[in-house]
Design a protein around this ligand. Structure first.
Ligand code: GLN
Length: 232
């Protein structure tokens, strides 16, 4: 490998969008989470140096990556065809579906999407949760005026607790994390079968090394240790 004077190709600068526990969030002023540990371990295992983390709103992660402000995005990002037009993804490292989060003890206890008729429904901007919200608008279940978009889900959960929004659509593991400690609860889930990948630029050759590292970590138990640490 060339580590002399190629402008820092040995360093991978990661970016993420905190406020998505336990994948990435801020604790005592520090960025922590499953994705943070997994990305750092994969970068190091692949023989690169972990640069500086940049915290970015979810909706701006892909532009930041394509513009070169960061080299790798680790943000519980679902691999979608739309996103694959713009960036490359590692092999999948986590599976999830969507959850419908409501206020605990509130008057709304929907059991299916049909019960969301007339509700005020929100999601974090640019997410697959927002895609689900838009589908409810498209099929006439929810009025366009009743849609709320949040820069991050932490703000959404606050609004849910305060009664400013009735429902948030959000990835299940994160919904479970918020339900454990905040005045919110999962009403039902929507099976989407999405898988997460880390994002890199399409012309970045280092992606293959990151994939090899992820595969090794899945084989040697490192991955399972991180799952136990952050999810159990
Ligand atoms: N997995 C969802 C998506 O990719 C949500 C990710 C997130 O909010 N960090 O859109």
């Amino acid at each position: 490998s060339d580590d002399s004077d190629d402008g820092g190709n040995n360093v991978i600068n990661p970016g993420t969008a905190p406020g998505f526990p336990p994948f990435e969030y801020t604790q005592d002023g520090e960025l922590v989470g499953f994705d943070v540990d997994l990305a750092e371990a994969a970068i190091e295992r692949a023989g690169y140096e972990v640069g500086e983390w940049t915290e970015i709103e979810f909706d701006s992660l892909i532009p930041s990556l394509t513009q070169g402000n960061v080299d790798l995005v680790a943000a519980a990002m679902t691999i979608t065809e739309d996103r694959q037009q713009q960036i490359a993804f590692t092999d999948p490292y986590y599976e999830s579906d969507q959850a419908v989060l409501v206020r605990e003890g509130g008057d709304l206890s929907p059991e299916s999407v049909d019960d969301l008729a007339g509700a005020v429904v929100g999601a974090q901007s640019g997410t697959t949760g927002q895609d689900e919200v838009e589908a409810l608008v498209d099929d006439g279940t929810v009025a366009a005026d009743d849609v709320r978009q949040y820069d991050n889900y932490t703000l959404g959960v606050q609004d849910l607790e305060n009664g400013n929004v009735d429902v948030l659509i959000i990835d299940i593991p994160v919904a479970e994390n918020f339900a454990d400690g905040r005045a919110v609860t999962i009403a039902f889930t929507i099976e989407t079968g999405e898988v997460y990948g880390m994002g890199m630029r399409q012309d970045d050759d280092r992606l293959a090394d990151i994939n090899d590292a992820l595969a090794e970590m899945q084989e040697d138990g490192t991955y399972d240790e991180l799952v136990t640490e952050w999810f159990e």
